[in-house]
Design a protein around this ligand. Sequence first.
Ligand SMILES: [Zn+2]
Length: 201
Amino acid sequence: MKKLRRLLARLRRHPQPSPQRDRIRKAINRVRRAQSPRPLVKPLAMFDAISVDQIPKDAQAVAGYTSGNWPTFPEVQRKFPRAHKLSIAISASHDADCLDIERGDASPSDAPGWVKRQMPRVKRPVVYASRSDMPAVLRSLASGGLGRSRVRVWSAHYTYKPHICGPHTCGASFQADATQWTDKARGRNLDESLCTPNFFS
Ligand SMILES: [Zn+2]
């Protein structure tokens, strides 16, 4: 700060345009740039779709199923070499980055065992569930000795407005790490999620 004040004082002594004034101005800008906080890292958009063709080519992050009726993950891996990728298991008997907990797939009671089994391979396994089912998933995890920090929480809440579920956004009782907020992204049959900037780190 002292340096900046000194430079500003020098600038006042050179009120007329001059090469010296330009040099002082440049020095002031350099100091200000160094002092200003780094810009906040932006949240990531993550896409998934039954048909991988619907996913934008420049997607930063893409999720895909490892099994079930639409095993998209191998195609996602092939077509999006540079994107962050998230594999989803639809059954607790399969291993992946994420467990899909919804009717017809895995259930909340499957979560603790599945998460513990993934832990050696996945840093913070992901649990996916609707906003209304997620509290049951988190209770099930807690009863299995798994606190909130051990998992990444990916909620589905189709408000058609990008957001990450939490007390301060949509009034959810939990704080999510990512939220699938639409199933009609870009007017397509395409799911889009908003993820915290560190979701993949
Ligand atoms: Zn929400």
